[in-house]
Ligand binder design. Structure first.
Ligand SMILES: Cc1cc2nc3c(=O)[nH]c(=O)nc-3n(C[C@H](O)[C@H](O)[C@H](O)COP(=O)(O)O)c2cc1C
Length: 310
């Protein structure tokens, strides 16, 4: 079964990719399987200069998902281009580079640099990180700011710009429509939901940051609801994510209106997760009576999306 997907500016062998921050820059996973098998790779967020991230502890396992408050730790955009991208460029797999910042100027600087880098097929504009005080979320919770930032980044980017939406808003459709009207090429959704876990002895939050982003299977029903809502009002391609760990989850996201799907937290418990899903996808589609990815998209009744034939 041909699993290929054509999104705005992105030709994918299959609709599966690791989500930003959950696959680093691929090196560790390369020891487990051939990264050529992936539809794309979403790499860890880049900022203008190196960031140490938040104080530890910054990860906690809860009874229903994982909390993290990494705080955009990364070596800075120039170091990523010089030291990380060359490793990924050896694979025939599109790189989707995650762009973050504290100010519009920083976003524009990082986007400009990354969009010029070899192998970067698209940018993912991270306006949804809940774990930093300045930047990220402030752009993702206000439609006007989301629109202005998307326009500014579109003006300098040489590659398609996908905007990553936050679920920590009262009306995600309004943000999606704002970035669509600003010229975004696609949407990725969702980032983590703000949560907190307490230390039972002290009553204090377990994470040094206080709050963190909840991810994993617990957030999948929220992500599905939001993808469906955005799909009803926006015709941009959507890369859906939130709690995906099996091929059935992928099918559900595609039925909700996504065109491709990213796998985040599941990579930490099963490094083979993306590969397992890709291998299982043809049989899973077949079992539920779908002839191809395109067949699901057509039968879920949406318009305006170009998906290559089976
Ligand atoms: C440890 C960790 C680090 C993350 N770092 C980033 C990041 O750098 N940029 C970003 O856009 N999203 C980041 N995310 C969010 C994921 O890409 C994804 O949107 C979210 O975890 C939901 O998917 P999941 O439930 O499959 O993990 C991170 C998530 C986790 C768990």
């Amino acid at each position: 079964m041909n699993l290929a997907v054509e999104l705005q500016g992105l030709s994918l062998k299959n609709p599966i990719m690791p989500a930003s921050g959950c696959f680093g820059f691929g090196r560790e996973f390369h020891e487990f399987y051939d990264l050529n098998e992936l539809g794309a790779i979403m790499i860890k967020a880049a900022t203008g200069t190196a960031r140490f991230g938040n104080a530890t502890p910054r990860v906690a396992e809860t009874s229903s998902g994982m909390l993290n408050a990494i705080g955009l730790q990364n070596p800075g955009v120039e170091s990523i281009i010089e030291n990380e991208l060359p490793f990924l460029q050896q694979f025939d797999t599109p790189i989707i580079a995650n762009v973050a910042g504290s100010t519009e100027e920083e976003y524009v600087y990082v986007a400009n640099k990354l969009s010029e880098a070899e192998g970067v097929a698209a940018l993912e504009l991270n306006i949804s990180c809940p774990n930093v005080k300045n930047g990220g979320i402030q752009f993702g919770t206000n439609p006007e700011e989301a629109m202005a930032l998307t326009e500014a980044v579109k003006a300098v980017s040489r590659v398609p710009v996908y905007v990553k939406l936050s679920p920590n808003v009262s009306d995600i459709v309004a943000i999606a429509q704002a970035v669509e009207s600003a010229g975004a090429d696609g949407i990725t959704m969702i980032n983590t939901l703000i949560g907190m876990q307490l230390d039972l002895r002290t009553g204090e939050p377990l994470l040094a940051n206080g709050t963190g982003g909840l991810s994993g299977p617990a957030i999948k029903p929220i992500a599905i609801r939001m993808v469906r809502a955005v799909r009803e009002h926006v015709s941009l391609p959507i890369i859906g994510m939130g709690g995906v760990s099996h091929a059935e989850d992928v099918l559900e996201f595609l039925l909700a209106g996504a065109d491709a799907v990213a796998v985040g937290t599941a990579n930490f418990t099963n490094p083979y997760c993306c590969k397992n899903i890709i291998d299982a996808l043809p049989d899973t589609l077949d079992r539920y009576g779908y002839a191809s990815v395109k067949d699901i998209v057509e039968r879920s009744g949406r318009r305006g999306i170009s998906i290559s034939s089976s």
